[in-house]
Design a protein around this ligand. Structure first.
Ligand code: NDP
Length: 263
């Protein structure tokens, strides 16, 4: 009873939320814009020190760092193209050197190329695979060298990794299907170390990649049960939960945050 009241007071005062990831170190790939930026800010708000990677947008990355620092957190931006093996490995090492370890890896960096399958070039397919699949493999392998009991690998897949209703995303959805099976398989290899591996599968989320006002928006909204796009914070909230101590028994899961798209 006493404990319950204390806990309620802490939640009411905001203390419990802030302490969930205290002393934890997170690396969010593709954390300069969109979903990744929201995840980085949310993990920092929950107490983690956060490193982000980006490929081209140094200014956007710096503005995420400033926002986190302005709110009293610690952050670091690292230029690392997800398709560049050495850069990705180096980003992991730089994170560990700056913050003294690595507890949470969020594999968020990803691209989509919307075209029919027959129009998609092999070069475009290679780029999709290099960033959305190979980049995840490389970052995860590098991160696991440093991760200890309680570690979290959180992949950002997609609801289209399970079910595709929108035309023009065949190779993209295949990369996200690969992320799904990677998640399930890896969870069994690292579970005995107390490390969880989960796949967050967003539906249509309003970002530069998939603007709610874009040509592609209408059929995506129609496919949702809630008849709207989601926002980046709705994805970040789920990532923060999976990163936190209350999610210790969730692993190998594909957690969909898609407004009912795949219902
Ligand atoms: P955005 O295009 O809005 O943002 C992408 C972020 O990733 C930016 O920070 C970008 O940085 C970075 N990035 C892109 N390419 C690379 C690369 N080669 N190496 C490193 N960083 C890179 O995308 P979203 O936020 O919408 O998407 C984030 C993730 O969520 C992706 O994996 C996507 O597939 C997934 N997703 C998105 C959905 C949506 O509706 N938005 C739905 C389902 C899944 P920079 O500007 O420097 O390139």
């Amino acid at each position: 009873m006493q404990q319950g009241v204390g806990r309620e007071r802490e939640i009411a005062s905001g203390k419990l939320k802030e302490s969930k990831l205290t002393k934890k170190v997170a690396l969010v790939t593709g954390g300069s814009r969109g979903i990744g930026a929201a995840i980085a800010k949310r993990l920092a708000a929950d107490g983690a020190n956060v490193a982000i990677t980006y490929s081209k947008g140094a200014d956007a990355a710096q503005s995420v760092v400033k926002a986190i620092e302005g709110a009293g957190g610690k952050a670091l931006a690292i230029q690392a193209d997800a398709a560049d093996t050495d850069a990705v490995k180096s980003a992991v090492e730089k994170t560990v050197a700056a913050f003294g370890g690595l507890d949470v890896l969020v594999n968020n960096a990803g691209i989509a190329i919307a075209k029919t399958f027959e129009e998609t070039t092999l070069e475009e397919m290679d780029r999709l695979i290099d960033i959305n699949v190979r980049g995840v493999f490389v970052a995860t392998q590098a991160a696991l060298k440093h991760m200890k009991d309680g570690g979290r690998i959180i992949n950002i897949g997609s609801c289209v990794g399970e079910r595709l209703m929108t035309p023009g995303l065949v190779p993209y959805s295949a990369t996200k299907g690969a992320v799904k099976m990677f998640t399930q398989g890896l969870s069994r290899e690292v579970g005995s170390r107390g490390i969880t591996v989960n796949n967050i599968q967003p539906g249509p989320i309003d970002t530069d990649l998939n603007p709610a006002a874009g040509d592609w928006a209408e059929p995506q909204v129609a496919n949702t049960a809630l008849k709207r796009y989601g926002n980046v914070d709705e994805v970040a909230a789920l990532v923060a939960f999976v990163a936190g101590p209350e999610a210790a028994y969730i692993t190998g899961s594909n957690l969909t945050v898609d407004g009912g798209t795949n219902a």
